[in-house]
Design a protein around this ligand. Structure first.
Ligand code: NAP
Length: 345
């Protein structure tokens, strides 16, 4: 059976996902769209030649009998309501990050799913599907580099506009590291600290940039992440794991090596969308395949969305206090204890 998908929010990432479902992936079809701007939903249908209905809002789209699964790609604060409505209707949900913008909102989603007694939700933490991170995970899980001791990471963007604020460095940028790094080392966070180094002259007046985040796990692994969103030179994601027996590092994005004007060099990506293109394809293909094969999504769960939000809120607290802040989770319910590994890799 083809998975019939409804898309809630046809902005930038909504349209990107519609494109990949329609042109690149198999087993899924976009049959319904909605956006608060009807013109945006219409343009998505025209742009991708969809045979899909336009719905006035998320609730009517979710209620449509021909929709098996929904993609929640609207603005973050709207996610919770759409995800809970989908769960209550028994529909599968792929929700872009954040799952919800508060810890309480994430918990309401977790509780709704547990009440139903079936996992329906996958959160769009696509880095778990990136081949580089998967190779790093294999090196850690196989003990190739021994026990991980510390990680040096960087998340650099060439520039941001004046709507980007200091807290967004955590909630929009670091959130990807928050999810992928504890998954990578199979450990939970215990504390966080945020240090503000000397400010770059390229940051706008209100923005504190760069930021240096230190996350410590329960077993004592120390992870540092540099966030620089005005680094100018490119979009650059770095991750080096220092283990007891050796070091493993995320591969560089392949690029030709050129020799010109007395220099050897290679290109660095400028646009974040290109860096994880394959991972976006893989996460959505896995969502479609797992539901078709097993009746349950296989990727990051609503509980992972909760973990990310708790950690992000501790980082926000640490930004303001300048101190090390504890990260305190509720105990993971048995309902979410399963070995998660992308099915198609
Ligand atoms: P965007 O371009 O602003 O798109 C959001 C769209 O949803 C807009 O068209 C918005 O309309 C619409 N919308 C808002 N509330 C809605 C509702 N209740 N029902 C239907 N449509 C609604 O933003 P985006 O960049 O695509 O981001 C969307 C989400 O994806 C965000 O949560 C973002 O954090 C996440 N995201 C994730 C990644 C990733 O790497 N995984 C990358 C990019 C974005 P208006 O414009 O009229 O408000």
């Amino acid at each position: 059976m083809t998975l019939r998908i409804g898309v809630i929010g046809t902005g930038a990432i909504g349209k990107e996902h519609i494109r990949r479902i329609t042109n690149n992936l198999s087993g899924g079809k976009v049959v319904a769209v909605t956006d608060i701007e009807e013109a945006s939903a219409k343009s998505a249908i025209e742009q991708f030649g969809l045979d899909a209905g336009i719905y006035p809002d998320d609730k009517t789209l979710i209620a449509e009998g021909d929709v098996d699964a929904v993609l929640v790609t609207s603005w973050g604060p709207e996610h919770e309501e759409s995800v809970i409505a989908a769960i209550e209707a028994g529909k599968y949900v792929f929700c872009e990050k954040p799952l919800a913008t508060t810890i309480e909102g994430c918990m309401r989603i977790v509780e709704a799913e547990m009440k139903l007694g079936k996992q329906l939700v996958q959160v769009g933490f696509m880095r778990r599907y990136d081949s580089g991170y998967l190779q790093l995970k294999e090196a850690i899980d196989n003990k190739f580099i021994g026990e991980p001791l510390l990680l040096h990471c960087a998340h650099r963007n060439p520039e941001v506009d004046t709507t980007y604020s200091t807290d967004m460095a955590i909630t929009d940028t670091l959130i990807h590291e928050i999810d992928v790094l504890h998954w990578l080392v199979n450990d939970d966070y215990k504390s966080v600290q945020v240090i503000f180094p000397k400010k770059t002259r390229y940051a706008h007046e209100e923005l504190r940039d760069p930021q240096f985040v230190i996350l410590e796990t329960k077993s004592g692994i120390v992870i540092n992440v540099e966030i620089s969103v005005n680094c100018k030179y490119g979009y650059d994601i770095q991750c080096e794991v220092v283990g007891e027996e050796g070091i493993a590092k995320l591969p560089e994005v392949p690029s030709i090596t050129f020799r010109k004007n007395g220099r050897i060099g290679s290109h660095i990506l400028m646009d974040w969308k290109e860096r994880f293109m394959d991972a976006y394809d893989a996460e959505l293909q896995d969502f479609i395949d797992a539901i078709r094969k097993t009746g349950e999504p296989n990727g990051p769960t609503a509980w992972d969305g909760y973990i990310a939000q708790v950690t992000a809120e501790a980082c926000l607290k640490a930004q303001n206090s300048g101190k090390k802040e504890a990260v305190v989770f509720l105990e993971q319910p048995d309902f979410y204890k399963k070995n998660l590994k992308p099915a198609n890799v």
